[in-house]
Design a protein around this ligand. Structure first.
Ligand SMILES: C[S@@+](CC[C@H](N)C(=O)[O-])C[C@H]1O[C@@H](n2cnc3c(N)ncnc32)[C@H](O)[C@@H]1O
Length: 215
């Protein structure tokens, strides 16, 4: 089954051998069957659709840096399942060893810890997600673009607005799509006899998350 994206960024999974119909028009089955990843096909109404995944059953491959203690790498390892793969880069040997131990303790086998400076190059290609949690992540966005699959995501965690902003500007200049930055604030509500109001204490800041897509 192929996955395609329309001009609005909406995703569709196609039935093999069937024509595709949407409000943006019809694309014939033989056109879709012969299209490769990255190709653009047109509907009879002249709208474009891009083939972003040749086979949605493909296994998900993630690159993560830096590893730190391995918390987010463990999360990704859990999400992608045994047939997916996570490559996590850590510049410090002592941290890489700690992460190794933590990952082994959880019994997760699909994570490869690499004691390597990711700024010297990303070894892997055909990656679906690259997550960066390190200083000046934007310095490697060009390499990120090369390593990602079409339709793949770049995600950045930045503790400061300035880093998130520079990441946004660099990603835009390099031609990433769907770029957004979010901050999550958590404010609980308390229900009192007199009424309902926000709790006095809240999680006021954790960090900024930037997401961007290669199309
Ligand atoms: C904030 S911690 C990451 C925490 C981690 N994401 C987790 O979930 O536990 C940042 C890590 O990036 C590593 N680091 C910094 N620059 C790096 C680089 N160029 N390549 C690889 N790792 C790097 C640091 O040694 C540090 O362990």
């Amino acid at each position: 089954m192929k996955m395609i994206l329309d001009e609005r960024g909406k995703k569709y999974i196609l039935k093999p051998g069937a024509e595709f119909q949407s409000d943006l028009g019809i694309v014939k089955a033989d056109v879709l069957d012969n299209a490769q990843i990255g190709d653009e096909v047109k509907s009879h109404l002249d709208h474009s659709f891009k083939i972003v995944k040749p086979n949605v059953n493909d296994f998900i491959r993630v690159v993560d840096a830096g590893t730190g203690a391995g918390a987010i790498a463990l999360h990704f390892g859990n999400v992608v399942g045994l047939q997916g793969k996570v490559f996590t880069y850590e510049i410090r040997e002592d941290f890489a060893e700690v992460a190794h131990r933590n990952i082994d303790n959880f019994g997760i086998t699909n994570i490869e810890v690499k004691n390597k400076n990711i700024k010297e190059g990303i070894d892997e290609n055909n990656i679906d997600l690259i997550f960066l949690d390190l200083p000046k992540p934007f310095e490697i966005f060009e390499e990120v673009m090369e390593s990602l699959n079409v339709g793949g995501w770049l995600a950045v965690y930045a503790p400061y607005i300035d880093q998130a902003e520079t990441s946004y500007r660099v990603a835009k200049k390099l031609g990433f799509y769907d770029i957004e930055i979010i901050e999550t604030l958590e404010r609980g509500l308390e229900v009192r006899t007199q009424g309902v109001r926000p709790k006095t204490r809240m999680v006021g800041h954790s960090g900024y998350l930037l997401f961007a897509r290669k199309l």
